[in-house]
Design a protein around this ligand. Sequence first.
Ligand SMILES: [Zn+2]
Length: 294
Amino acid sequence: MALVNERFGRQIAIFGIQGQEKIQATRVVLVGYGGLGTFVLPQLCLLGVKHLTVVEHETFSATNRNRYMGFLHSDFDTVKGIGVDKVLVAERIAKGIDPEIDIKLIKNKLESREAFDAIMTADIVVGCLDSDGARSVLNELCIAYGVTYIDLASEVFGDGTFGGRVAIVKDGNGCLHCMGDGLDQTEVRRYLADDTQLENEAKVYGVEKDSLAIDSGPSVVDLNGIIASLGVQEFKLLITDPKNCSRYLNYRGHLKAISKVQVNESSNCYCCSLHNKKEEANIARYLGIKGKPP
Ligand SMILES: [Zn+2]
């Protein structure tokens, strides 16, 4: 314990040894190791998180290189045009900070059996996704299994405004659908649609099916760092000082303003009504929807 105290002494001075022990006992699942996730993971490890699962199916790509904290030039082969598995970098960073961390890597999509199993049995899930469709699935899964979900989002808009938010989904009294600005329902519907449904929709609009795909928007390192740190701040408070934890923080970067958004905890929300319903909520229907068998 003396060594632990030496390593964490500066923060034990803030939230006490009990706070430190709670952080170390918390089972955390990080979903998405991209622009936001690469800032979140090292901070969780530095705080002393000991039980961490990372869900990420992609490899490091050329366009990721402007904002992924901890990735090296050598993680992308510019000649072959291929990068390393992102989860392997997550492991390198986590073990570099704490060689004894219990880290599990899931190189699979969110809608996979192994990701679902890890999320259902977590204490806290941190979502670092770039799609409202995936957010909607994770939102429902966490509510159905009573898992606290911290969702992070950053966005740069075409008119020069930019910002993001941190939302905490817990206790079945406020979720991503009913808090703040909600989720983009067109994006959610298209994410959940199968090929035939997308083809039908494309016909209705008289466009190519591929044009309905959700493009990844602009993204920049400093904005991700701000949102990730706000998320880790709320993660820390949730565990060590819950009364000072916020349910919804809105960051408007162009105005240099962070505001706490009041959450209506008694909304009549269908998703919130699935709280702790477990198998009855039938979240398993989402398994494999994104083209990979569960
Ligand atoms: Zn809700």
